[in-house]
Design a protein around this ligand. Sequence first.
Ligand code: SF4
Length: 62
Amino acid sequence: MRIVLDRPRCEGHGLCEEAAPALMHLDDDGELVLDREELGDSETAAANAAVRVCPVAALRLS
Ligand code: SF4
């Protein structure tokens, strides 16, 4: 499973980082960086939480 960012949609709220800090972070410019794109089974729950919490639906799993 992969986590995919729709970058133009992302507004840098950072809520996803709070939900899944091991998978993504905001850089110094407020741009979201995906640290892990290919997800292991143990990361699925955190990835789902990040997808759900994003207020502009910029993240999805594929
Ligand atoms: S919560 Fe959504 S809008 Fe905010 S940084 Fe994450 S992906 Fe971007």
